[in-house]
Design a protein around this ligand. Sequence first.
Ligand SMILES: [Zn+2]
Length: 198
Amino acid sequence: MEQALRSRAQERCELCGDGHALVATEVPPTPHDGEAADGWILLCATCSDQTAGTAPMDAKHWFCLQEAAWSEVAVVAVCSWRLLQRLPDEAWARDLLDQLYLSDETLAWARATEDASDAPDPGTPPTVAKTLDANGTALSDGDSVTLIKALDVKGAGFVAKRGTLVKNIRLTDNPAHVEGRVNNFTIVLKTCFLKRAG
Ligand SMILES: [Zn+2]
């Protein structure tokens, strides 16, 4: 596995490109399919310590994420995304997170530790309430929905008509709310006024 990892990384830290003191680091939760090395990243000591939280975050060092975050290697994008989340005071990091596009699968992986670290008791898996539409159909990230009721979008100055199709919704922490784009505004939609499309 480590050999496969080192050849993918070309003997460089996959975040900053440094070639010294490289350590293979597992990025849980490991994906079920694919190669064993897919769940691992090769990091230099600087990246590794800050990633693990044993050294304080050095925002300047993480400028390297402006390149790494766009990696086609999912695990590199996942690590970059997670690190960017830990730089909430850096405008460039927030901008980068806004621009970044991760596939649903990669994003789910990147977010997977949030649940684990937020859970009050790590011994029991968090019970995640399902997000359901008006008919009780489960909604997922990326679904399309239609509005079953006209929606006055306060602050944006328009009314989204009943029957408006909203593509590629995102679930939120609140099972009663999803996010979607209507007229180029990202807005929070109440699931009781939505019907899953298709
Ligand atoms: Zn590094």
